[in-house]
Design a protein around this ligand. Structure first.
Ligand SMILES: O=C(O)CCC(=O)C(=O)O
Ligand SMILES: [Fe+2]
Length: 293
């Protein structure tokens, strides 16, 4: 395992990131965000982080602050959510579904004194449903807003544990996703991982932006986390990613089969067929082939 963590260079093709994710359950790309963009985000987020309480238990982290609603609160977070490398990687990794959607936006600030978070697989959020080993439901990112180091709480990962059961996963050594500020850690919903202890004297800050298949409930309720008055000022592509689109063949329309985006904008467009790339879904294509649509 000594080759881990593997760092991919800026400019890497999304397909290569997808390959690494499929092989190891994680991938790190350095140099995705620059200092100017991160400074802007940090300034927008600072008052909200200051106002966020520490977690209630050792899983959330009693020395960890979690700050959500980033679409509404931090305009720069919108750029990160829709970064082409991320969107293309998420779509490539979750290419078995008609639509993908934003799942969670959260700055995780692990502060001095925090201990190791219990290792877990993020897909447990779906009521611990035992998804098949080869069915991925999530594709996640953590953007390094500060350097991630072994002492300040860099994410701990057991590489390659996505497709294996818990007993075998226990035998895989834990590595840490050390990476410079501006890097992105991608990881799937199955790989065993957790936040690290912070033994330094500064906070480790990461922007956790996660994505899921279009047919599940979102971890963060995007329709309430971002009020309609703010949502109406956002681009269509971002809104679709937030969930203002059909999540699958017949999921998420409004009233008389109105498209969710049209409902938000107050127009009367009927629903688009489904998510923006439904044609990728074999089952969808087979089912609709003989329909007169
Ligand atoms: O902050 C981190 O490095 C990871 C946190 C995490 O895995 C979680 O809260 O689910
Ligand atoms: Fe996690």
């Amino acid at each position: 395992m000594s080759e881990h963590p593997i760092h991919l260079e800026p400019g890497v093709a999304p397909s290569e990131v997808v390959d690494h994710l499929r092989r190891w359950g994680y991938a790190i790309v350095t140099g995705v965000a620059d200092d100017e963009q991160l400074d802007r985000l940090a300034a927008e987020a600072e008052p909200w982080i200051e106002a966020s309480a520490a977690g209630r238990d050792s899983y959330d982290g009693q020395h960890t602050r979690r700050t959500g609603s980033l679409i509404a609160r931090c305009p720069t977070a919108r750029e990160l959510v829709m970064h082409p490398l991320v969107v293309d990687t998420v779509r490539g990794f979750l290419d078995h579904v008609s639509a993908v959607q934003l799942h969670l936006t959260q700055i995780i600030s692990i502060e001095p004194g925090e201990t190791d978070q219990k290792l877990h697989r993020d897909q447990m959020a779906f009521d611990f449903y035992p998804f098949p080993a080869d069915y991925h439901v999530q594709c996640n990112t953590i953007w390094a807003l500060t350097d991630f180091t072994a002492t300040n709480g860099a994410t701990r990962i057991r590489p390659g544990t996505s497709g294996i059961d818990d007993d075998r996963a226990e035998e895989v050594p834990v590595i840490q996703a050390e990476m410079p500020r501006g890097s992105v850690l991608f990881y799937d919903g199955k790989v065993v991982h957790g936040g690290g202890a912070n033994r330094s004297d500064e906070a480790r800050r990461g922007v956790n932006l996660t994505y899921a298949v279009g047919w599940v409930r979102q971890e963060e309720n995007q329709f309430l986390a971002c009020r309609p008055e703010i949502a109406r000022t956002l681009d269509d592509d971002l809104l679709r990613m937030m969930g203002y689109q059909q999540g699958a063949f017949a999921l998420g329309y409004v009233g008389d089969q109105q498209d969710p985006l049209a409902a938000l904008r107050g127009t009367d467009d009927k629903v688009r067929v489904v998510g923006e790339f439904a044609e990728a879904n074999d089952a969808f294509r087979t089912f609709t082939a003989d329909l007169d649509r």
